[in-house]
Structures are given as structure tokens and as C-alpha cells.
Unconditional design. Structure first.
Length: 216
């Protein structure tokens, strides 16, 4: 049964979600926490911030193929190492960090943030967007929502820009069967931050003849 159809069946959904909670506890909690609250470098799955998309199919794809996992269909984009690869000078990285922190209304050096705005436009906007709201197609986080994977201090943001970070999530497709992955997906989506399913275009059939392929 397509995962969206499971969500529409209250009794089946409750069964699947409860099973997913148990599977999550055994397999995902060591990194994401028992309550899926995350930690530094491990995303909080209760909030509404998603690197690779928060609808059911996107979550299922991420769990199945992981991130930078070596799986042929994994999410494999990475942030440039602006410091390690000498793309930006240390002073420029500091200015960009001030600018990025200013987007979350943190206390910053205003002059540095002003300089960092132009550097951001030239080097970071291509992935994070001119408005810095991110892009789930390539896993670029929203930098305006005050949600931080590695911390919001000047030092932490500078380190992220210098090294590119680039965390890894295992591909569970070879470890869990497809039904278990559906159950975990439904559980994670139900935690409160899951995005609603996209609305069908006018005239689009409920059932298509061609096989469905989840978005990357």
C-alpha cells in the first residue's frame, strides 16, 4: 500500500506509527535521541526544519538511502570547505558568520555583518538562496529560522563555513525491510514537524499507471 494511503486509514496508521516508534527506538534513537530531539550534528525530528524535505515520500527516501552514505541514490551534495580549501580568507569567513547570525537576530558586529552580506551573495546564495531560506533539493539549510544543527555561536558558525561539516546518515534500505521503513517514516512524520503531502494538480488522477518514484 502506498504510504500516503496508510496515513488515510486511521486504524492502520495508528498500528504503523506505534510499530515505527519501536523500530525508531531500536535503530534511530542512538543518534536522534529517544524523543527524536536530536543533538549537535543530529537533526531534531520534532521541529519543522528539514534538510531534504519533510513530506512522507521525502522522509521515506532519506531513511532508505541516507545522506552521504555511499548508497547509489543517497543525498550526496556537500557544502564547500571555504576555509580548508582556501576559498575565503579568515576575515571573510568571520564576516559571513556575522551576517548569517544576524539573520536569526543574534548579537553581531554590524559592520562585519554588512560586509558579510556581499560575500554571502557571491558565495553562498547559489545554494542557500538569496533570501537564505535554503533548498531541500540539495540539503541546504534555512539560515533564517533560528534552528541550528551545529550551534549558533560565532565560533560554531565560523567552523561550519571553514569545514563544510557534511554529516552522514546510514542508508537503512539494506538494514530494514520496506514495511519497517514505511512505519518509521509514518512515526517521524507524525512527531509534529512533518510537512503535509503536496496537493494534486487539477485534473490529476488519484492513481497513475506508471510506477511511482520518490523525489531525491
Amino acid at each position: 500500500m502506498p504510504i500516503a494511503e496508510v496515513k488515510k486509514n486511521p486504524e492502520l496508521f495508528e498500528f504503523a506509527r506505534d510499530g515505527g516508534a519501536a523500530i525508531f527506538g531500536d535503530n534511530c534513537a542512538p543518534c536522534h535521541g529517544r524523543g527524536a530531539q536530536g543533538a549537535v550534528g543530529y537533526p531534531n525530528l520534532n521541529d519543522d526544519d528539514w534538510l531534504w524535505g519533510g513530506d512522507l515520500e521525502s522522509i521515506e527516501t532519506t531513511i532508505t538511502h541516507g545522506a552521504r552514505s555511499g548508497d547509489p541514490k543517497t543525498h550526496d551534495t556537500a557544502m564547500p570547505r571555504f576555509g580548508l580549501d582556501k576559498i575565503l580568507e579568515p576575515a571573510q569567513i568571520s564576516d559571513v558568520a556575522n551576517y548569517v547570525r544576524s539573520l536569526s537576530h543574534l548579537d553581531v558586529d554590524a559592520a562585519a555583518a554588512s560586509r558579510g552580506s556581499a560575500i554571502f551573495a557571491d558565495n553562498c546564495a547559489a545554494c542557500h538562496g538569496a533570501d537564505a531560506k535554503g533548498n531541500t533539493e540539495i540539503g541546504a539549510p534555512n539560515l533564517t529560522d533560528a534552528i541550528w544543527l551545529y550551534g549558533n555561536s560565532q565560533q560554531a558558525v565560523v567552523h561550519s563555513i571553514e569545514t563544510g561539516r557534511g554529516g552522514m546518515m546510514p542508508a537503512w534500505g539494506g538494514r530494514l525491510d520496506p514495511v519497517s521503513i514505511k512505519m518509521v517514516t509514518l512515526y517521524v512524520h507524525s512527531l509534529g514537524g512533518g510537512k503535509p503531502e503536496p496537493k494534486k494538480e487539477e485534473g490529476e488522477s488519484e492513481h497513475k499507471d506508471e510506477p511511482h518514484e520518490a523525489p531525491k
